[in-house]
Design a protein around this ligand. Structure first.
Ligand code: APR
Length: 311
């Protein structure tokens, strides 16, 4: 079987983290592509030189040329600008939109069969723009946000209860912004529904921290935004696709009628396998969760309308 090719467009903080994680997991050969001269080449070589320590035979290359996207099985896009303290993700809309146009056109021309995972913020609008510019089937273009937001909530629940994070499963839906919706009834701890173990008031505090978790990291780092957990979350999605795992993950997927929403990317649980987004799972919500989800959809919609107005 031929080795898989995974292209990372954007070799910054998240791109570098993903390259290392991919090399460790040996999911395929990796090409890092960035406009910064030397950066993708340097990061690729640095990880190449560590492979004998981690027993990896993955091959890594760095490039400043989109032509090296050719024949990629998976393309993960972080190209763009991250937040600085005081900025919201939406403040990045104008600048990152132009970058997604450039990168999306290159992907369309060089890697028409690739599964595309977008991480660039504001996420829901950028993945929407990516699907529009490539014209790829929507199951082939997906945004990384829900895996991260759900992992953040799982982390906070685990810390509160003093249990292993790996035993906590959480679902956070909606847009990747402060309107995201953490679902109390869909958190499980070693298979036990969270309401058995934690009261609603405590959970609500953790949900607020989850919605602001990206900003909390930005305030601490000062020079950029979170990169380890976003990188790891995207690799989980790439793995689901490459290994046809049929993983149930929350991610920004194109809604075509599901949840009563049309032509919009928004965070929902999906089944992810070799077919990309193979199925969108429509789950029930309480009345207040439904309202919160609708509010989140409205927030995402206004950015999508901005994207459509540029076309
Ligand atoms: N083509 C390729 N790479 C580009 C382009 C482009 N047109 N424009 C910018 N880049 C590169 C930058 O040179 C930089 O190396 O994208 C990289 C972004 O890396 P960082 O600045 O380190 O940002 P990172 O923390 O990785 O976040 C990237 O993901 O989570 C989001 O909000 C975050 O939008 C940001 C993105």
């Amino acid at each position: 079987m031929a080795r898989k090719k995974i292209a990372l467009v954007g070799a910054g903080q998240i791109g570098g983290t993903m390259a290392l994680a991919l090399a460790q997991k040996q999911l395929g050969d990796i090409v890092l592509i960035d406009i910064a001269p030397g950066v993708p080449q340097g990061k690729a070589l640095d990880i190449m030189e560590g492979r004998s320590v981690i027993y990896s035979s993955a091959l890594l290359t760095g490039s400043n040329d989109y032509a090296d996207l050719a024949d990629s099985d998976v393309v993960i896009v972080t190209a763009g600008v991250p937040r600085k303290p005081g900025m919201s993700r939406d403040d990045l809309l104008g600048i990152n939109y132009g970058i997604i146009q450039t990168v999306g056109t290159a992907i369309k021309n060089t890697a028409p069969n690739a599964f595309v995972i977008v991480i660039t913020n504001p996420l829901d609008a950028m993945v929407y723009a990516m699907q529009k510019v490539t014209g790829f089937p929507s199951k082939q273009v997906v945004g990384m946000a829900g895996v991260l937001d759900s992992s953040r909530l799982a982390c906070f629940v685990a810390m509160e209860l003093g249990v292993a994070a790996e035993d906590v499963n959480a679902v956070v839906m909606g847009g990747h912004g402060d309107t995201m919706v953490s679902l109390y009834n869909y958190v499980s701890v070693g298979g036990i529904p969270l309401p058995e173990l934690m009261d609603r008031e405590t959970f609500d505090k953790l949900a607020v921290r989850t919605a602001n978790a990206g900003g909390e990291i930005v305030e601490l780092l000062k020079t950029g935004s979170a990169f380890y957990s976003p990188g790891l979350s995207a690799i989980k999605m790439a793995e689901a696709y490459l290994l046809d795992k049929k993983s149930v993950l929350t991610c920004a997927a194109m809604l075509n009628g599901e949840y009563g929403v049309q032509d919009l990317y928004c965070g929902v649980p999906v089944v992810m396998g070799a077919g990309g987004v193979e199925k969108i799972l429509e789950v029930s919500m309480t009345d207040s969760e439904k309202l919160a989800f609708e509010k989140s959809v409205e927030a995402v919609k206004s950015n999508a309308e901005w994207v459509n107005a540029q076309a």
